[in-house]
Ligand binder design. Structure first.
Ligand code: SF4
Ligand code: SF4
Length: 122
């Protein structure tokens, strides 16, 4: 399975929080941080301050450089607790939390459906 595809189907390789860790241009970084703060407020109603945001590894990182938005994520913590590599493997897929995520980013659903179809055919 593609390691940058998170439990919920989002692609961490395209996530601004993750891309921030690779950006060297300071003014671009500031713009990205403002975008992260705006998006987290709009989609998750979470207020972050500038100092809360640095560069992070993806949602599935094992080394602990994790964005608090990820470490506090209900979907992530649920999948980890169920020892699932992806929500796609959950027998009662999709749960209400995941359906909410699909409304925010429908491409997450598309990715999990592909994982499920591959899982069923193997
Ligand atoms: S932290 Fe949660 S919402 Fe973010 S990518 Fe991971 S599972 Fe999805
Ligand atoms: S209940 Fe299943 S689909 Fe929902 S977040 Fe947990 S593991 Fe993912």
């Amino acid at each position: 399975m593609n390691p940058s595809i998170s439990y919920c189907g989002l692609d961490c390789s395209g996530c601004t929080v993750h891309l921030l860790s690779k950006e060297e241009n300071l003014s671009k970084k500031d713009l990205m941080i403002s975008e992260i703060i705006r998006t987290c407020k709009e989609h998750y109603n979470v207020d972050f301050k500038l100092e809360d945001i640095k560069g992070y590894d993806g949602c599935k990182t094992a080394n602990g450089n994790l964005f608090s938005g990820c470490s506090d994520c209900r979907i992530r913590n649920c999948a980890i607790q169920k020892e699932l590599e992806s929500c796609a493997y959950y027998e009662e897929y999709p749960c209400e939390n995941l359906k909410e995520m699909f409304k925010i980013d429908p491409s997450a659903k598309e990715r999990l459906e592909i994982i499920r179809s591959n899982f069923k055919t193997n």
